[in-house]
Every structure is written in C-alpha cells, then in structure tokens.
Design a binder for this molecule. Structure first.
Ligand SMILES: [Zn+2]
Ligand SMILES: [Zn+2]
Length: 412
C-alpha cells in the first residue's frame, strides 16, 4: 500500500456549552440552563465568549471584530495541517489577546476510539473537584506491584500535564534557597538556642523575623511544624492538616520546599505506608487558608473515593463537591482518576498547548464553558513531521461509504 500525501481540507468541530451562571469558574454538568454552540473551524481562530455565546474570530488581528465585553477563551492554531489549542499568542505578536483562564481537561469526557477512559495521574498534576484543587504530591507503587513500575507510559492524555510551563505559578509552593551563612557570625537557633551549623542541619532564616529570632535550625523548624498538625485517620486515608503554615512571630508564610546544595528538602515529612499510596495536597491561593495532605493507601483495583460523603476516603468539605465525586484507582502500576457523575466535574489542569488528535476528542473546561474539539477528517493524510501515520478507518456509514471506497482505491 502506498500513501499519498493528501491536500487535506480538515476542519475542527468546536462544540461549546456555556453555563449561564458565573459562579467561582464552575460549570454545572447537570444544569439545563446552558447555551450550546456548534462551530467548525478550518483555520486559526480565536475562541471568544460574549455573554453566553461562543464565537470564532478568524481575523485574529482585527480587533474591531471583538467587542468590548468579549472574553478570549482560547486560541485555535492551524499550522502544517495540525490543529492545536493554546492560551497565548507568540510573544512577537503585536496584539495582546491571551486567554486568562486555565484550561481544565474534563475527565469524564476522555474518550479514545469512542471508549471512555480515565485520566492517568502523574506527580505534580493539579486536579480540581468542583472548586477544590489538589496537587498530586506523590504517587508510589509499592513492591507488591514490582514488574509494573517501569511500565512505559504512552498515554497521550497524560502528556497534557507533564511539562509545567508556569500557568499556575500562584499555586506553586514557595521555595527557599538555603544560603551559606557567613562565618564567625554569632548566631543561634531561636528554638534550641544552639549555634551549631552543619550541612545536615543548617541554620536558616525562612521568614521575615530579624534580630535574635531570625535563625532556626532546619530540623527544629521541621519538628515544630510536625507538632502543629492535626491528624485524622479514616479508612484508607490519613490526613494531616495545618491551620496555616506561617511563622508564629512575623506571620509570614513558610516556604514548603528548601533547596540545599541542589537537593530538595520538604518542610513537611509525612509518614508513608509500606504499600502503594497516593499523597494529595490541597491548593489554595489565599495564604491564610489551611492546608491538608491526604496520604491514601492504594491497592490494585480498589477505588479510593473522593467526595463530600462520610464514607469517602478523601473527604472534601465543600458544597461544590458531590457526595461521591471522583475516584482514584491503581491498575497495573498506574494511577487513574475517574469522575463519578459529579455535578461540577472532575478536572485535570492542562499545562501545555495541546494538539487535537484524530479519533480522540478532547474536552476542556474554561470557566463556565466546556469546549469539545474533534477533528473532522475528510481525507487520510500522512504528516511528515509527525511520528504517527493516520490510517483510514472504514466507517459503517452509508453516507461515507462512497467517499471511503474512493479514498481506498486511491490509496491501494
Ligand atoms: Zn535549633
Ligand atoms: Zn518569622
């Protein structure tokens, strides 16, 4: 069989559903009060929202096309036959029309070849259940799962969150670089009053305090933090909550990560189970908000339940969370996140621009709008720059039958 490169006249279907209410950037997946708009794009376009309506603006540089109260949701790019979705235009562009809201992958809409899929979790993923955000702090596959751990991962959905391009900097924990203190300086730890300063346990100044209370041993700080946690144990989960992570004297928020001689040291050491486990941490933008870590034991194919209900392993005390909102499961050494028909959805933060691929539609939530992108292939194509070749699928569809047979004859 010989492949021709076809002059493809592909388009993208852009199906947008907008919830009429503006509420904490939520989208109600059960609401009937939604506006639907099905659009098709054959070139680059800006996707904008005007009240409850979604439009494509193809003349991206003509600002007259965009009225004042419109909001840019995303930019659809068409380049070398590939459609991709991005938040930002190139820096060199004169127009400034970057999308301001995060892209969230709608977990329940992930489909591949029309089969529903769960989202494969990775460390540092940010997930959102209703309006509650978590960071996946650690995913650990225990020895009982040996043999699976090094399983290669080629889930194309996972790569959406893999490279952090800095869209959620606000949510990142503060880092603190430990500097070498000048010698001959008479300094003491404010906790133990000792002036010993070793590489393993350096004296640091992690907050805004000055004078005799400026310095503290890293170990003394960690010990003090540990004593401030509220521990709860329920089912598969042990949670550790801090009312705040700030200095008691100057009330400055403490860094959660220390960098010491190129090594990362976490302020918070959590006891970890011997078996497989997941550690989630709550994320909040406001500094004063409490912080909780959930250390949850995982066993193959047992669901870890997340939600507002009392029987959930990870309990979410927020009205925007459904009683049994979502689940995490361990399967063949990988962790997956699935939605359980929640009202406000289970979402995973998309940190990168992403390509719209054939046979897997992608659905993203941007504030109160959910957009599903699907490629409309009119012809098979061979993309030289890509590692994959798309092969015609014979659809059992009478209207396509003629087209498909025509195409196949040409391909033979
Ligand atoms: Zn000390
Ligand atoms: Zn302080």
């Amino acid at each position: 069989m010989r492949f021709h490169e076809y002059k493809h006249v592909d388009r993208v279907s852009v199906e947008a559903v907008t919830w009429s209410r503006e509420s904490y950037g939520l989208f109600d997946y059960e609401s009937q009060h939604v506006s639907r708009r099905n659009l098709k794009a054959s070139s680059s376009a800006k996707i904008i929202r005007i009240k409850n309506d979604i439009r494509l603006v193809t003349d991206m540089y003509n600002e007259r096309n965009v009225c004042e109260n419109s909001k840019t949701l995303a930019l659809l790019k068409h380049q070398d036959g590939v459609f991709s979705v991005t938040k930002h235009e190139k820096k060199s562009d004169r127009t400034r029309s970057n999308a301001s809201e995060n892209f969230w992958l709608v977990v329940k809409n992930i489909k591949k070849d029309n089969v529903n899929q769960e989202y494969q979790l990775r460390e540092n993923d940010v997930i959102k259940l209703g309006r509650v955000k978590f960071r996946v702090r650690e995913l650990h596959v225990g020895e009982e799962m040996d043999g699976y751990q090094n399983d290669t991962n080629n889930d194309e959905m996972s790569e959406l969150g893999s490279e952090d391009t800095g869209s959620i900097e606000d949510d990142m924990p503060k880092q603190h670089l430990i500097k070498q203190l000048p010698e001959n300086q008479e300094i003491t730890c404010r906790v133990c009053l000792n002036s010993e300063n070793t590489e393993a346990n350096p004296l640091i100044s992690p907050c805004g305090c000055s004078g005799s209370v400026k310095h503290i041993h890293l170990d003394c700080l960690k010990h003090w933090i540990k004593s401030k946690s509220h521990i709860k144990s329920f089912g598969l989960c042990i949670s550790y909550t801090w009312k705040n992570l700030e200095c008691e004297l100057c009330h400055r928020r403490l860094p959660e990560i220390f960098i010491h001689k190129d090594e990362r040291i976490d302020l918070i050491d959590l006891p970890k189970p011997q078996s497989s486990y997941v550690i989630l941490e709550t994320l909040a933008k406001e500094q004063q908000v409490s912080k909780t870590f959930y250390v949850v034991m995982a066993t193959e194919n047992d669901l870890i339940r997340l939600g507002r209900g009392h029987d959930c392993d990870v309990k979410i005390n927020d009205i925007s969370a459904s009683r049994f909102h979502a689940f995490i499961k361990l399967s063949y050494g990988r962790f997956f996140l699935g939605d359980n028909g929640s009202k406000f959805g289970t979402l995973a933060l998309i940190k990168n621009d992403f390509v719209i691929r054939p046979y897997s539609n992608i659905s993203i939530q941007i504030g109160r709008t959910v957009i599903t992108f699907t490629l409309i292939n009119k012809s098979p194509q061979l993309l030289h720059n890509n590692e994959y070749v798309w092969i015609v699928r014979i659809e059992f569809n009478l209207t396509l039958g003629v087209l498909v047979s025509h195409v196949l004859m040409e391909v033979m």
